[in-house]
Design a protein around this ligand. Structure first.
Ligand SMILES: N#Cc1c(N)ncnc1-c1cnn(Cc2cccc(F)c2)c1
Length: 297
């Protein structure tokens, strides 16, 4: 993936599905306190980058994240400065305050699945929180649980952090506040989403602090999107087996069907997605946005 040539900006970093740029002043120097977050139309599934891209995915998830920032503004301040961005990324980019980012992936789980389920089956707990007996894949947890991880270097896996490790990294007070806010954000997200037919099983948020040390925690990155969270269709929720993904199920079903001819275990890249899978996936992102926000994309 090659970075865009955005006049007035310099490319800083590219993740799987998003890219980071820094504004450059008239003097050619990088503006020190701003960043441009650009959401691509790239889709990742089964740890592979899919082709082709999903039209409008970046714009839909950007608008959804902005809507959630607004819904959460009474809980926590955020890093959004402006949506006045270069035309080439219009609608799918946000100008943000540059923060000192905490070195903890702030993850909360409202339903048990994935790595949290694996840890529960091994220990009867997740991230040090003892859970009731008899939970299964997809069980709703009594309340959201904070399950932080490290921010691993590119190509390595994030690792679970114990409460003691989080406190050592952040200090006891900031660690407690990050836990409280992350769980409150997921709880608020589910209060709203459940009424609109979507369950948010878990989510990852990122916090930063102002470089000058003023103020407290600032909610950064993206928030409560299908890329940062597991979205499940509420009407299909049935604990006891893996839940269908709200947004990626069409891709997963096609890739694992005989139609694709792909053998995931063989280790090779997946084939191009057919047009109907691309179109159905785009429609699910738009549907999630419209159901949650009540707005038309
Ligand atoms: N948000 C934010 C943020 C901020 N407000 N200040 C300083 N750094 C970041 C920051 C650094 N990495 N990321 C993750 C990320 C996001 C988008 C695209 C990517 F490629 C990577 C976020």
């Amino acid at each position: 993936m090659s970075a865009l040539d955005l006049p007035g900006y310099t490319h800083v970093y590219s993740g799987k599905v998003r890219d980071l740029y820094a504004p450059v002043g008239a003097d050619g120097e990088v503006v020190p306190d701003r960043l441009l977050l650009v959401a691509s139309n790239r889709l990742s599934a089964y740890d592979w980058m899919m082709s082709p891209e999903i039209p409008d995915k970046g714009a839909v998830l950007t608008r959804l994240s902005l809507w959630w920032f607004d819904q959460l503004s009474d809980l926590v301040p955020n890093h959004v400065v402006s949506t006045d961005v270069p035309e080439a990324v219009g609608g799918r980019a946000v100008l943000v305050r540059k923060l000192e980012m905490l070195k903890v992936e702030a993850i909360a789980r409202a339903y048990l699945t994935g790595g949290g389920l694996e840890e529960y089956r091994e220990k009867g707990s997740v991230s040090g929180v003892v859970l009731p007996d008899g939970l299964v894949d997809g069980s709703k947890l009594p309340e959201p649980v904070f399950t932080p991880t490290t921010k691993a270097p590119v190509g390595e896996h994030d690792l679970p952090m114990s409460p003691a490790e989080v406190e050592a990294e952040l200090g006891a007070d900031v660690a407690a506040e990050v836990s409280r806010l992350t769980r409150a954000i997921l709880a608020r997200g589910n209060e709203i989403a459940a009424q609109r037919g979507i369950l948010i099983a878990d989510t990852k948020v990122e916090f930063g602090v102002s470089p000058d040390g003023s103020g407290g925690l600032v909610l950064a990155d993206e928030v409560l999107t299908p890329d940062s969270s597991r979205f499940w269709p509420a009407e299909l929720w049935e604990p006891g087996h893996p839940q269908p993904s709200y947004d990626k199920q069409f891709v997963r079903d096609w890739l694992t069907s005989t139609d694709s001819g792909w053998d995931r275990k063989a280790g090779g890249p997946p084939p191009e997605l057919p047009a109907h899978v691309v179109e159905q996936t785009r429609a699910k992102y738009v549907e999630a946005y419209e159901r949650l926000t009540g707005e038309t994309f």
